[in-house]
Design a protein around this ligand. Structure first.
Ligand SMILES: Nc1ncnc2c1ncn2[C@@H]1O[C@H](COP(=O)(O)OP(=O)(O)OP(=O)(O)O)[C@@H](O)[C@H]1O
Length: 956
């Protein structure tokens, strides 16, 4: 015969929704009780334990004694989950509905109850994980409401309440609040930023919890853990009324109910066990009494801290679900029966949850304030005769003040909500920093400026502006990279940069020497040109002086010097490199004046008659072009005119072969051997060795022709010098940039060291979900590609390779830094005076545009070979290339990668280009490393590949 307990099918649960002034009420709702059976554990299997329980159906569990010693017993619950049931299903059917009521303003509690090692912690982890996901899904899908989430967590260990988010606070007291019930004094409540943050906080709590080994469980929870997530949400309405919901979700993982004999407990474990059992006994008593209804009399909530804290969840203002966990093993049958007996009682407990809604009227608050002011005024001048009136006024005032305080509390909360709403609106409406905001040259956040080497300003630029999420993210990124940086590596990097700085100084010095000779060799030109030459010479001299100073000051710092000393010394050198930059700027201006004065002289009427104005030859601004470097100085008779050698590793885009070897022992990129005298067309020898054109010595009558030829040579020569100075400037700027990054890293490291690891953690701005960061950064990169006319093959490869894997973060950051630098460089060129740039508006920009055009032409040629006729026709239709038009292939390719705002366009463009170049995401040519670049170790060839890549792509 089967002995069963009365079933409580879901249909019998009373769920009466009624409208109350505060909101909806779920009156008389029974606790949702489910049972979960875990599989036999290894330990149980090893002991050849037998399975004693069978899940008959989704609601019933049946004790079937294998040795027939006892009568079979059946228990029925709202749900029974068998050993193969996954956490997801347990959550969906045993907790979800209750847990998510919190979002509608109803308190909710989910318990796991059961003997030790029965699977409570395992189950509660699954519940928490699924609930977090659903809560954040709901928040995302409810844009009309603002949500604030706060988390607190405690454990009750040996009847002591401890804050799991702040263990240092020791044992916490419980206080009784007439309105809020039992509250835990000084319990920390953390505002939750997002799902990841919430998971992180919960993992901290888990790590802090008391865990010990028993004979039944290697990691037995020895305390009751309560994680409380409070959710406030409000709907802002135009009427001035604010409706808010406030409710808490308690996730309770109880310690195991156990018998000392079963766990072989003694000493500490025995003491723990007795406390655990006492509080669980109180819980059982409370549940049993509650299940008996009103007749049961006094409910002993106050007999344990556990029941005091959970009072509202047990028969009060909360929806509650209890998941009773059990082992199927025969050896635990007694404990399991106790668990099921507890579960059976719990089924009968009725709660009265209500929606905790606050409706506040701003006009009412205003009125109350006025009222209090009036009463205060009256109190200040009381009439002596009316003492009783005075007393009643005081009472009235007190109550008004109380009421007002409550209203003020609400107002504060609303303000917080409004702030968070503002914040999310800001995030929602954030537009990429691009053309649409501030114009082409200012659309990129310049996280590091070239203009100022001052560390404060570097950090200042990194300090988040109120609306700059990108800046915050960058700062977080720098911090992340800093915390993972070894100080000794930074010292090493400082040394490397110093050496580069020194090399650059030396090179500039040698270059200036040659420049000095070259300029001094020109005696042609009018008065103005002569003045300019004199000015230029004095500038060059002062620069040479500055460089020697620079050389002296940069040397320093023993190997033993610590990082802080290193960096302060390094920071002090900022002014030398800045002055080098300024001097180069001045020299360039002077050269420009010189060129224009030559031009003026050239175009005097007499000259014009004989020599028609010719188009000036412009040397392309090409940093890494060896051929151009060799041709930098090419006057026909200059001693500097031939065999100009450029060492391969002198180029900025190449890493030096060996950083420890100084720069070629005095070799200048265009150090030249003396050229033997050459003959011009007329057979006349010309020489500038003594600074005087040989034309003056010549008896030839064709002096004018020679003069003209010389002017042209000088003109071209000076232009070449300007190009070289430009290159030097650029190299100084790059060095400056690397240095700033390094200074920034070190300062951040110092800061984080000072503040300590924990503080650093709290300083890190809200960690945004990676997916959002990825999307945002990718958009920014796409915009910068567009602005910088970057190769569309490069864009395609990068776009196809980096799809949002968290490991891609570094690549994205590096690409962003590189492009930001490039964009700044190009816009600086674009802003430069046209005189400085010759006939073309901006040398590098036009070179990039040209390269891109050539690339499109090249891709257009591949359209026929790489695509079938059908594919081509389909693409022509899709990309609106008119039928029968000319050069349809080029038309098609010209349409690709032209709209950086349209992500669909970007995706489709990438697909087409990938097809044309045969790019395959998993292919051997598709290594992500090819995009890698770090600024950490400039001497490392591999790490500098990135610059080569981008420079090559842009023909820089
Ligand atoms: N449903 C399940 N499926 C598979 N493994 C489970 C299941 N439930 C529990 N386990 C495993 O059983 C062991 C004990 O589980 P758990 O620690 O969650 O028990 P507990 O009831 O919290 O124990 P205690 O409170 O005494 O520490 C763990 O190794 C856990 O992974």
């Amino acid at each position: 015969m089967m002995v069963g307990t009365p079933a409580t099918p879901l249909s019998k649960i009373q769920r009466t929704l009624s409208s109350t002034p505060g909101g909806l009420r779920v009156r008389g709702e029974k606790i949702l009780v489910t049972v979960r059976v875990r599989p036999l554990s290894r330990r149980e299997q090893a002991l050849y334990d037998l399975i004693a329980w069978e899940c008959v159906d989704e609601h019933s569990i049946f004790f079937n004694s294998p040795n027939q010693e006892r009568a079979p017993t059946s228990y029925t619950f709202d749900k029974v989950f068998g050993p193969s049931c996954a956490n997801q299903k347990v959550y969906e059917e045993g907790a979800k509905d209750v847990a998510l009521s919190t979002l509608r303003g109803m308190n909710a509690t989910i318990f796991a109850y059961g003997q030790t090692s029965s699977g409570k912690t395992y189950t509660m982890r699954g519940i928490a994980e699924n609930a977090i996901k659903d809560i954040y899904d709901h928040i995302r899908n409810t844009p009309e409401r603002d949500f604030i989430l706060k988390l607190s967590a405690l454990e009750i260990y040996n009847e002591t309440v401890v804050d799991l988010l702040n263990r240092e606070s020791g044992s916490l007291r419980l206080l009784d609040d007439p309105e809020r019930g039992t509250i835990v004094e000084k319990l920390v409540e953390e505002v939750v930023k997002d799902g990841e943050h919430l998971r992180h906080l919960i993992s901290i709590c888990e790590a802090q919890r008391q865990v010990g080994e028993t004979s039944l469980n290697d990691k037995s929870s020895r305390s009751h853990q309560i994680i409380r997530l409070t959710i406030e949400s409000s709907l802002r309405e135009s009427s001035g009324c604010v409706k808010s919901f406030v409710a808490s979700l308690n996730l309770v993982d109880l310690a195991g109910s156990e018998r000392a004999s079963q766990t072989n407990a003694d000493g500490t474990r025995l003491k723990e066990g007795s406390h655990i059992n006492r509080s669980l006994l109180t819980l059982t008593t409370v549940i049993r009494k509650l299940s008996g209804g009103k007749r049961s009399g006094h409910i002993p909530y106050r007999d344990s801290k556990l029941t005091r804290i959970l009072q509202s969840s047990l028969g009060g203002n909360a929806r509650t679900a209890i998941i009773c966990t059990m082992s199927p093993a025969l050896s635990h049958v007694e404990q399991t029966r106790n668990t099921l007996s507890f579960a059976t009682s719990a089924k009968e407990v009725t709660n009265n949850a209500q929606v905790n809604m606050v409706v506040s009227d701003k006009r009412l608050v205003k009125h109350l304030k006025k009222e209090v002011a009036r009463l205060e005024a009256e109190l200040r001048s009381p009439e002596p005769s009316s003492f009783s009136c005075f007393k009643s006024l005081i009472a009235e005032k007190d109550s008004k003040i109380e009421q007002m305080e409550r209203e003020m509390e609400e107002l504060k909360r609303q303000r917080d909500l409004a702030q968070s709403q503002l914040e999310s609106e800001r995030k929602a409406h954030k537009v990429p920093k691009g053309l649409n905001q501030r114009g082409p040259s200012s659309d990129v956040v310049r996280c590091l400026s070239f203009n100022d080497d001052n560390s404060e300003s570097v950090l200042g630029k990194l300090t988040p502006e109120p609306q700059s999420r990108t800046a915050v993210r960058r700062q977080a990124m720098v911090r992340r990279s800093v915390t993972s940086t070894d100080p000794s590596t930074l010292v090493h990097e400082i040394r490397k940069l110093e050496q580069r700085q020194r090399q650059l100084g030396e090179e500039a010095n040698r270059a200036l020497e040659v420049l000095h000779k070259e300029v001094a060799s020109h005696r042609l030109g009018n008065q103005e040109a002569a003045e300019n030459i004199a000015k230029l010479l004095s500038e060059i001299q002062s620069m040479q002086v500055a460089n020697s100073v620079c050389e002296e000051t940069v040397v320093g710092g023993g190997d033993q010097a610590n990082l802080i000393d290193e960096i302060s010394r390094f920071k002090c050198q900022g002014s030398t490199i800045e002055s080098l930059e300024r001097k180069l700027e001045n020299v360039q201006k002077s050269i420009d004046q010189l060129v224009s004065s030559f031009a003026t002289h050239e175009e005097t009427p007499s000259e014009c008659k004989t020599t028609p104005p010719r188009k000036k030859k412009i040397l392309p601004f090409n940093l890494s072009n060896n051929a151009n470097m060799q041709n930098i100085i090419r006057p026909p008779c200059s001693p500097l005119s031939s065999s100009c050698k450029v060492r391969e590793n002198e180029r900025e885009n190449k890493a030096p072969e060996n950083d420890d070897v100084p720069n070629g022992g005095g070799t200048v990129p265009w150090q030249c051997r003396v050229t033997p005298l050459k003959s011009d067309e007329s057979g006349t020898c010309v020489s500038s060795r003594d600074g005087t054109p040989i034309a003056r010595k010549s008896n030839s009558v064709n002096v004018k022709k020679m003069q003209r030829m010389f002017k042209n040579a000088a003109d071209e020569n000076i232009r070449s010098i300007r190009a070289y100075v430009t290159e030097l400037k650029e190299r100084v700027a790059k060095l400056q940039y690397q240095k700033q990054l390094l200074v920034c890293q070190v300062l951040q490291l110092e800061e984080s060291n000072e503040a300590g690891a924990e503080v650093t953690e709290s300083l890190v701005p809200s960690p945004e979900p990676w997916e959002l960061i990825f999307e945002e950064e990718r958009k920014e990169i796409i915009m910068l590609w567009h602005l910088c006319h970057v190769s569309i093959v490069h864009r395609t490869q990068f776009y196809m390779l980096f799809k949002g894997d968290p490991a891609d973060q570094m690549y994205l950051e590096v690409e962003l830094r590189r492009l930001t630098w490039l964009e700044q460089h190009l816009s600086d060129l674009g802003n430069a005076s046209p005189a400085l740039l010759g006939d073309e508006p901006a040398g590098s920009v036009s070179a990039s545009i040209r390269a891109l055009k050539q690339e499109r032409e090249y891709l257009a040629k591949r359209v026929s070979s790489k695509l079938t006729v059908e594919e081509r026709e389909m693409l022509y239709t899709k990309w609106e290339v008119p039928p029968g038009g000319k050069q349809r292939r080029l038309q098609l390719v010209n349409k690709l990668w032209t709209d950086p705002y349209n992500m669909q366009h970007v995706q489709q463009s990438a697909e087409v280009v990938a097809k044309l170049v045969g790019f395959c995401e998993s292919g051997e040519h598709a290594s992500k490393e090819m995009f890698e670049l770090t600024f950490v170790c400039p001497s490392d060839k591999k790490s500098w590949m990135g610059w080569n890549l981008i420079s090559n792509l842009l023909n820089l």
